[in-house]
Design a protein around this ligand. Structure first.
Ligand code: GLN
Length: 433
């Protein structure tokens, strides 16, 4: 049944950086399914940019583990999707290839950083897509565009071939228009790979079940507090009510460490980014550097010219936070806060089987509306905690505010991705019926 798929999408929202006109497919669990892939995941023979000028002309010589698995199961890789440069952002506006627009309202951002993947799904261009999530980059665009996205448990999907931003936080994960398709894609990509030393051999192979009778749903007050649009909170409370009608019970829980979450997240992710991005020196990748000058000048010049402002900001912040004399004051404290948040979730997930709340504090912002870094960083408040704790988290659409999609977030215990998928599936089946 092998063949090629002609992929010439009407990409009005700028979801794709690269499209593969003649995408090949073969037999397998995803035979002939068109899959869009975020452009920070290596694809042999298809250029991979991370939406940055610094990778200009780079064509990976090998496939990421998840791409090997997709090809093995017959999927057609139809294109590489737009994103915030190196995954740093929540709007897809920091892309060197121009912003992606939200198909639900083209004057709005699609969220980020996997904004292209979410927009391609919402516009109906593909049925499945891969994203990556370091602090919310799968769930935020899923929420803003009205699609489904799962950030798997840390260590469940191989990061081999993912161009690293912040290794200790990020995971590749599935995105689709339905929970069932997210689960199908997850069943293909979550397989053990010894090339990622942070993996555990816990493959995912699951058909979602809508039977959630007896499920204990934890409702953390911190997810409904200050900064959360009351109409978004209300919409999500209604969604929790639907789970109760299906036989779930609710329990109040608390994540007191939440107040340190963003500070800890931004110290850790910028520290890891400054170290990961040191390799982009104009010699091995991207635009050529004039090496007749001193190495220091050449390195500075190539990076200044080819990294965007947000990437440079984070490299500087991270280098500072890790530098001798400051590492104890910042990085060590951030690791302590991370440990506290992890313990808070562990405790809450003894009283509850899943934890529910909004994915994002607001609906999608207008293009260009948020320009100062701090107000953008604040938008990650409800998503980054799951990355710090390494737990699975899914976003499923749950209605609209001002005509724009709202995301319902469900988080669970480590390696209980199946349970958050089932809860989201039960909700989705009930409201679709
Ligand atoms: N907005 C967050 C950040 O900028 C999340 C990014 C991500 O998950 N890749 O770091």
């Amino acid at each position: 049944m092998a063949g090629t798929l002609d992929f010439s999408p009407d990409d009005r929202c700028n979801a794709f950086i690269t499209t593969c006109r003649e995408a090949r497919f073969s037999d397998g669990a995803l035979a002939g399914v068109a899959v869009a892939v975020k452009d920070n995941i290596s694809t042999a023979g298809i250029r991979t940019t991370c939406a940055s000028r610094i990778l200009e002309g780079y064509v990976p010589p090998y496939d990421a583990h998840v791409i090997e698995l997709l090809r093995k199961e017959g999927a057609a890789i139809v294109g590489k999707t737009n994103m915030d440069e190196f995954g740093m952002g929540s709007t897809t506006e920091t892309s060197a290839f121009g912003p992606t627009r939200n198909p639900a309202d083209p004057t709005r951002v699609p969220g980020g950083s996997s904004g292209g993947s979410a927009a391609a799904l919402a516009a109906g261009l593909v049925p499945m897509a891969l994203g990556t999530d370091t602090g919310g980059s799968i769930r935020c665009p899923a929420a803003f565009c009205g699609v489904v996205g799962l950030k798997p448990t840390y260590g469940r999907v191989s990061r081999y071939g993912l161009i690293a931003y912040a290794n200790s936080l990020e995971q590749i994960g599935p995105m689709a228009r339905t929970v069932e398709d997210v689960s199908r894609l997850m069943s293909v990509i979550a397989k053990y790979d010894p090339r990622d030393s942070t993996m555990l051999d816990r493959p995912y192979d699951h058909r979602p079940s809508a039977d959630i009778a007896g499920l204990r749903v934890g409702v953390p007050e911190e997810y409904f507090g200050e900064g959360v649009d009351p109409r978004v909170a209300e919409t999500v409370r209604d969604a929790i009510g639907v789970l109760e009608e299906l036989g779930a019970s609710t329990v109040p829980v608390s994540i007191p460490g939440m107040r340190y979450a963003l500070a800890a997240y931004y110290v850790i992710c910028t520290g890891e980014a400054s170290s990961n991005l040191a390799r982009f020196d104009g010699v091995r990748y991207g635009p050529a550097v004039d090496i007749r000058k001193s190495w220091h000048d050449a390195y500075q010049e190539i990076r200044q010219a080819n990294f965007g402002a947000e990437v440079r900001r984070r490299v500087m912040l991270g280098t500072f936070a890790l530098s001798a004399g400051y590492a104890g004051r910042y990085y060590a404290k951030a690791l302590g806060a991370r440990q506290k948040i992890r313990q808070d979730f562990e405790r809450a997930l003894r009283d509850a089987d899943v934890i529910a709340g909004p994915t994002m504090p607001t609906v999608a912002f207008r293009l260009g509306e948020k320009t100062d870094p701090l107000s953008l960083y604040l938008a990650d408040i409800l998503t980054a905690p799951a990355n710090l704790a390494g737990i699975p988290a899914i976003s499923v659409p749950c209605g609209r505010v001002d005509g724009l999609p709202v995301g319902f977030q469900l988080m669970g215990r480590q390696f209980e991705d199946e349970r958050v998928v089932d809860a989201a599936y039960a909700y989705e089946q009930e409201v679709r019926a």
